[in-house]
Write a protein that binds this ligand. Structure first.
Ligand SMILES: Nc1nc2c(ncn2[C@@H]2O[C@H](COP(=O)(O)OP(=O)(O)OP(=O)(O)O)[C@@H](O)[C@H]2O)c(=O)[nH]1
Length: 615
C-alpha cells in the first residue's frame, strides 16, 4: 500500500513544481492546468469568521498575519509535513528555498512582506500564491489553501472592485471539481447568512466536497447551541460538520500558547453539556485528521485519472514541440545546418508542386496546351496577308523592276513580317510560366512548416527564389526570341521547292495559259503560300517554345532555384546566420512555455511512478 505520507507528499511536490512554473489555481493560463487536476483543500469564509484561527490551530502555531481589514490578499498554499516526534519544527517558503524559519513570528512577517511584494502596499489582491511548508511533529500531512476572506464592503484605500475581485478569486479555486472546500462559518451568526455556505452551495450543490466548520461555539448566546447545524439538520452535507473553539481575541492578546489552546478546546468539548456526546468528532485536531484522511482517499482515487491526464498532456506538448521546432543551436555550424535543412524542405515542397503530388505544376502545361496555341491562332495574319498588303509588299520589294518569274524578295519580306508576330506569343508564354512559378514559390513558402518560425529567413528565401526566377525568365525570353529569329534567318527550302509544281499541277491542263503574274489571282496565291509557310512555322514553334521554356525556366527552377542563395550563405558569419534564424518572439515564448510545461509534466509523471513503486 502506498503510505498516506507519500500520497499527500506527492501532490505537495507536484503543486510546488506547478507554482514554480506559474501554474496555479485561479491563474490565467492558456495551457490545461496540472494544478487543477490535483486535489486540494481551500479554506473559505467571511471576514473574521475564524479562518486564520482554524489554520493556526490545525498547525498548532501562531504564524498568520493579523490585523484589521483584508489581511490575506494572496492565496497561501500551506503544506504541512509531519516529522518524527521530537524533531525541530521549521517552516520554508518556496520563494526563499535556502532559508529555514524556526521563529514563526518571522514567518508571519515574511508572509506580510511577500504579499506586499506582488500586490504593493495598496491592499490589492493577487492570485499568485505564496507557498509555505511547515515541518513539524505536531501536524498531519495536509495541504491547505488560505484564501482572502469574503467581504461585503471595501475599506478605505481599497478599490471598489475588491469585493468582487475577492469573490472571483475564491470562486476560481472552489469551483474546480478537485477542490475540497473547507467552509468556515461562525456559530454566533445565523448559518443561513454565512458567506462560506452561500458560495459552497453554489459551486457544490450536492455538498460532496464541502466540509462545514463551525467556529466560535463558545461565543453563542447562553441557552442556545449549534446542534442543529453540527448534526446536519440545518444544512445537510455529505461530510460531517466539525465544531471548533479557537482562541478568543483575549487569548491572542495574552499570547496563549497554541498547544494550550488545543488542550482547552478538547476540554471544552469533553465537558460541554451540549456537545459532550460529539466530543470525539469535534475540535481542530479532529478536523485536521479528518481532512488528511479525506484528502488521501481523494488523491488515491484520482491517481489514475491524474496519470492519464498527465500522459495525454505530455503527448500533446511533445507534438506541439515537434511542430514548433527545436530551439536554435548556438554554434555557427549547427545554425548553417538548420538554414540548409529549412531551405531543403522548401525546395522539396516546391518540386512536389512541379512534379505533381502537390497541385500547380499542371498550370504550366495549361500555358503550352491552351494559352500558347490560342495566342498563335489570334495572330493577325489575315491582315498581314490580305491581297492589298501582299500586293503592296511585293511591289515595294520589286522596286522599279517588277519580278519576272517569282517575287523572291516579296516572299522574303512577307515571311519576315509574319514571323515577327511570333515574338509576342513566345514572350507571353515565358511570362505566363514565370507567374505560375512565382505563385508556386509563394505557395511552397507558405506550406513549409519549418519556415514559419523564421520570418527573416522566409523573406530571404522568397527574395532569392524570385530573383532566380527573374533570371530564368530573362534567359528564357532570349531563347524563345532566338527560336523565332532562327525561323526568319533561314527559310525551309523544301517548302518552296514544291511550290511551282503544285501551282502548275493545279491547273491540270498544260495547255492553259500561264497565270497573269501581275493579276489578283497571282497575289492571292502568294498570300496563300506565305500563309501555309507561316502555318508550318507556327506548328514548329508551338512545339519548340515549350521545350525552350521548360529548359530555361522549369528545369532551372527545379535544379538551381536557391543555388546563388547557397553561395551567399557560405560567406555568412555566425552573427549573420543567427540573424537569418531570428525567430518570431511569440513563437519563442510559446516554445519556452511548452518546454517548461513538458518538464513539469514529466517530473510529475516520475513522481507518480516513484510513489507507485513504493507500494
Ligand atoms: N472566542 C472565540 N473567538 C474566536 C474564535 N474563532 C475566532 N475567534 C476570534 O475572532 C476573531 C477573528 O478570527 P480570525 O481567525 O482572525 O478570523 P479570519 O476569518 O481569519 O479573519 P480575516 O482574516 O480578517 O478575514 C479573532 O479575534 C479571533 O480570536 C472562537 O472559536 N472563539
Amino acid at each position: 500500500m502506498t503510505t498516506m505520507e507519500s500520497l499527500i507528499g506527492l501532490v505537495n511536490r507536484i503543486q510546488r513544481a506547478c507554482t514554480v512554473l506559474g501554474d496555479y489555481g485561479g491563474g490565467d493560463n492558456s495551457f490545461s492546468s496540472l494544478w487543477e487536476a490535483l486535489p486540494s483543500v481551500a479554506v473559505v469564509g467571511g471576514q473574521s469568521s475564524g479562518k486564520s484561527s482554524v489554520l493556526e490551530s490545525i498547525v498548532g502555531r501562531d504564524f498568520l498575519p493579523r490585523g484589521s481589514g483584508i489581511v490575506t490578499r494572496r492565496p497561501l498554499v500551506l503544506q504541512l509535513h509531519k516529522t518524527d516526534e521530537g524533531s525541530q519544527e521549521y517552516a520554508e517558503f518556496l520563494h526563499l528555498p535556502k532559508r529555514r524559519f524556526t521563529d514563526f513570528g518571522a514567518v508571519r512577517n515574511e508572509i506580510q512582506e511577500e504579499t506586499d511584494r506582488i500586490t504593493g502596499k495598496t491592499k490589492q489582491i493577487s492570485p499568485v500564491p505564496i507557498h509555505l511548508s511547515i515541518y513539524s511533529p505536531n501536524v498531519v500531512n495536509l495541504t491547505l489553501i488560505d484564501l482572502p476572506g469574503l467581504t461585503k464592503v471595501a475599506i478605505e484605500g481599497q478599490p471598489e472592485t475588491i469585493v468582487d475581485d475577492i469573490e472571483t478569486m475564491v470562486r476560481s479555486y472552489v469551483e474546480k471539481p478537485n477542490c475540497i472546500i473547507l467552509a468556515i462559518s461562525p456559530a454566533n451568526q445565523d448559518i443561513a447568512t454565512s458567506d462560506a455556505m452561500k458560495l459552497a452551495r453554489e459551486v457544490d450543490p450536492s455538498g460532496d466536497r464541502t466540509f462545514g466548520v463551525l467556529t466560535k461555539l463558545d461565543l453563542m448566546d447562553k441557552g442556545t447551541n449549534a446542534l442543529d447545524v453540527l448534526e446536519g439538520r440545518s444544512y445537510r452535507l455529505q461530510q460531517p460538520w466539525v465544531g471548533i473553539v479557537n482562541r478568543s481575541q483575549a487569548d491572542i492578546n495574552k499570547n496563549v500558547d497554541m498547544i494550550v489552546a488545543r488542550r482547552k478546546e478538547r476540554e471544552y468539548f469533553a465537558t460541554s453539556p451540549d456537545y459532550g456526546h460529539l466530543a470525539s468528532k469535534m475540535g481542530s485536531e479532529y478536523l485536521a485528521k479528518l481532512l488528511s484522511q479525506h484528502l488521501e482517499s481523494v488523491i488515491r482515487s484520482r491517481i489514475p485519472s491524474i496519470t492519464s491526464s498527465i500522459n495525454k498532456t505530455i503527448d500533446e506538448l511533445e507534438s506541439e514541440m515537434d511542430h514548433l521546432g527545436r530551439p536554435i543551436a548556438l554554434d555557427a555550424g549547427a545554425q548553417l545546418y538548420t538554414v540548409l535543412e529549412v531551405c531543403r524542405a522548401f525546395e522539396r515542397i516546391f518540386k512536389e508542386h512541379l512534379d505533381g503530388g502537390r497541385p500547380g505544376g499542371d498550370r504550366i502545361y495549361g500555358v503550352f496546351d491552351n494559352q500558347l496555341p490560342a495566342a498563335l491562332k489570334k495572330l493577325p495574319f489575315d491582315r498581314h496577308l490580305s491581297l492589298q498588303n501582299v500586293r503592296r509588299v511585293v511591289s515595294e520589294a520589286d522596286g522599279y523592276q517588277p519580278h519576272l518569274i517569282a517575287p523572291e524578295q516579296g516572299y522574303r519580306r512577307l515571311i519576315e513580317g509574319a514571323l515577327n508576330y511570333f515574338r509576342g506569343p513566345a514572350e507571353a508564354s515565358v511570362d505566363a510560366v514565370h507567374f505560375v512559378l512565382k505563385e508556386l514559390v509563394r505557395k511552397s513558402i507558405g506550406e513549409t512548416q519549418e519556415l514559419k518560425r523564421f520570418p527573416t529567413l522566409q523573406a530571404d528565401i522568397a527574395a532569392a527564389a524570385n530573383e532566380a526566377l527573374e533570371r530564368f525568365r530573362d534567359e528564357s525570353k532570349k531563347t524563345v526570341v532566338r527560336l523565332v529569329d532562327m525561323e526568319s534567318s533561314y527559310l525551309t527550302v523544301d517548302f518552296f521547292r514544291k511550290l511551282p509544281q503544285e501551282v502548275e499541277n493545279k491547273g491540270g491542263n498544260p495547255q492553259a495559259p500561264v497565270t497573269d503574274r501581275y493579276g489578283e489571282g497571282h497575289f492571292r496565291r502568294i498570300g496563300s503560300n506565305v500563309s501555309s509557310y507561316v502555318g508550318m512555322v507556327s506548328d514548329t514553334l508551338k512545339n519548340t517554345i515549350p521545350k525552350a521554356v521548360v529548359f530555361c525556366q522549369v528545369k532551372e527552377a527545379k535544379q538551381s532555384l536557391l543555388t546563388r542563395f547557397y553561395t551567399q550563405l557560405g560567406k555568412k558569419e555566425g552573427k549573420q546566420l543567427l540573424q537569418l534564424l531570428d525567430e518570431d518572439p511569440a513563437l519563442m515564448e510559446r516554445r519556452q512555455q511548452c518546454a517548461k510545461r513538458l518538464e513539469l509534466y514529466k517530473a510529475a509523471r516520475d513522481e507518480i511512478d516513484s510513489v507507485s513503486w513504493t507500494r
